[in-house]
Ligand binder design. Sequence first.
Ligand code: GLA
Length: 373
Amino acid sequence: MDSWIAPGRVNIIGEHTDYNDGFVLPIALPLGVVCAAGPTADGRVRLTSAQRPGEVVVVAVRELAAQRDRVPGWARYPLGVVVEFTRRGHPIEGVRLEVDGAVPIGAGLSSSAALCCAVTVALRELFAPELTDRAVVEIARAAENGFAGVPTGLLDQSASILCTAGHALFLDVRAFTAPDGPEPAAVEQIPFDLAAAGLALIVADTGHPHDLADGAYAERRAQCEAAAAVLGVRALRDATEADLPRLADPLLRRRARHVVTENARVLAVVDRLRSGADPRTIGGLLTASHRSLRDDFEVSAPALDLAVDAALAAGAHGARLVGGGFGGSVLALVDRADDDRVAARIEQRFLTAGLSAPRVFTVEPAAGAHRVA
Ligand code: GLA
C-alpha cells in the first residue's frame, strides 16, 4: 500500500477569525498523521490505527452513513471522509486504511484535521485525482463537521493541506471560499525563516485537553453571527472598530472586538514579515492576541495564562494560546539561544503551581500534506 502524510498545525496568529470570513496565518508542524491506503473490491472500508492496536473497524461502504453511531469516536474522522467522497459523487468500491498519528491529541494542534486530511489526500490520489486542493480542504472539513460532529472552521484543514516548509500560510478565508473558486490573492506563502533570524518557536502543550465538541466553541460562533447580524454585515470580517459602539450588548461587543482587532493583527504581522522586518517585532502582536482571546473572547484557561506569563517573564518576545482555546497549547517566540531556558522556566512555573509539567518542544514551519516517498 502507498502512504500519505498530513501535518498538524500551529497558528501563528488569527484565532477565531476563520469562521468570520477573516484572515489566518498558520504553519504546518513537523508532526503528522500517516495514512496507508489501498483499494479493495469487497465493498467495505477496513480501518485500523497504530494507536488502537488490535482494533479493526470494518463497515460496508453502502451502510456507512447508517452505521455512524455504532463506530468508535476516533473512526468517525476517517470514515467521515469516505462518506464525503461518496456523497460528492466520487464512488469508492472498497478501501483499506491504516492510520498512524504523531500529533498529540487534545493539544490544540489539529490532530483530527491531520487525520482527516491524510485520509482525504490518500483517497484523492486513489479515486478522484481531479479534486483540487480546495475540494480536499472542504472534504476534510465536512467529514469533521458532519460524520465526526465537530463544528470547526477551515483553518486547520487549510493549514494541513496548503502550508509549505519554511513559510507561514497567509489565508484570506473569504477569498479562498469564493463561489467561483479561490481568488488569486486568497493564499500567500510568507517566508518565515526563524533560524536565520536567530529565533525559535516553542510550543507548550499544557496537558489540559480542549474539546471543541463541548458547546463553548459553537456558542462563540453563534455570538459572532449575532454580532454581525446586529451590525448588518455579512460576517465580522466586514466590521471595523468604529462599528463596535453600535453593539449595545457588552458581551457581543467584546466578542466582535476580538475578531475585528485579531484580523487587524494578522494583517500587521503579515506586513512586517513581508517587508523583511525583524520577526521579533511581531512578538507584541502575538501577546496582544492572547490578551484579546483571554479578555474579550474568553477562551483562555488558567494553565494557558500561566504558560504565557511564564514564557514572557522568561524573556519570550511574544506568547499566546493557539487553536480554539479552553485548554491545549501555547506558542512562544523566543531567541534561539534561550529556548531551553524558557522551556525550563515554563515547566518550573507549572510544578510550583502544583500542575504536571507541560510537554514543551520547538517547531519549524514544515510541509503540508503529501505522498510519502
Ligand atoms: C479550532 C477550529 C478552527 C479555528 C480555531 C480558532 O482549531 O478547528 O477552525 O476556528 O479553533 O482559531
